[in-house]
Design a protein around this ligand. Sequence first.
Ligand code: CA
Ligand code: CA
Length: 427
Amino acid sequence: MPVRSLAVAAAATLTLAGLAGAAHPAFSPADLRYARQAVPANDGWASTGAGTTGGSKADAAHVTVAHNRAELVAAVAGDTPKIVFVSGAIDLSVDADNHHRDCASYADPAYRLDDFLAAYDPAVWGRTAKPSGPLEDARARSAANQGLTVKVNVGSNTTIVGINHAHLSHGSLLLAGVSNVIVRNIQFSDAADCFPAWDPTDGDTGNWNSLYDLVSLTGATNVWIDHNTFNDGDNPDSDQPLLFGRPYQVHDGASDIIKASDLVTVSWNAYSNHDKTMLIGSTDTVGVDLGKLRVTVHHNKFDNVLQRAPRVRFGQVDVYDNYYIATSPDYQYSLGVGVQSAIYAQNNYFKLGQTPAGNVIHYWKGTAITATGTLVEPAKPVDLVAAYNAAHDPDLIPDAGWTPTARTHVEPAWAVPALVSLLGGSH
Ligand code: CA
Ligand code: CA
């Protein structure tokens, strides 16, 4: 081939490569505009204080795309302003070669579930003390081993946005001691704990408890969780056995907000088919949470979630324009009134089926809750506090003692099911 033809061929190849790159860019200008959004002015508690801008001011060198766990872990670390696109499906339980790790791969050599069950059967171990000894130690080592892989620590000043139907599975996004973080447009599924802990002293019957929330805020300030989808994926709780007469619960929270976290807006998310959904405050002890745990929960869909939507301690929590589908026979409650909590619930819509309206609110040692503008399908106005008080004791005062101001728009409850079903969740 003549030299000139070679040059032409090379140029053509380069041009095609360039075109191919342009035709399939990592993210679009519209994606980048979306990722550079801060929480809107007045949109809930996250818009107050220092405000929540996440990584919106990132320079071009700090706009990256993560396609697997290792890229995600590296991209979200540190406090430099940064935008991290999560592209497509990412399994967070993988080895260095990005191959899936199953539960057996995390188990300590000294851990076997059968041995654990034999040792801590209430008939053998009793019900007054938590498990201790070599088998419990082996379980704890196994759990720690899994945690090293499946927990992803997010730094401050970060925006994480999903593209290409982003889906994070088998792991936990951890916002610990950080501030100014935005998480949008991602599906989170099945952060299953391979090694649930048995606590015979939890409640009257004991419980199996797990470690990993899909998204976990602990000591996190100014956070916006928006347009995400949360569920148990292809690992529903109904597939798990009863052990010691209790469900072997491998899932913890969907999006828990604990340990002095503050100034959080949780908006337009779709939660479905999950048990413990949103815990705000994890201890009754009066301490670091006092004056914190201020969260706005608006335009979310809670579809067949069984409890904690949300359960609140200490915080002033604004819960408006949410759609609850609470028809499951396993449904427990939606609004948990914990110690010194101040829930202001307005214009929420409930589909209850056979569930009594008096069960929507649950007493967890709080004293008061505001609940106004509630509709129960088919669009019947219901006073949730009066319904609770008629069915349960102690009675709750129907006034949480504060009125939310950081709100952008409040729709009437009748409009909420269609709005959040059409516009909520990740896409
Ligand atoms: Ca949790
Ligand atoms: Ca009563």
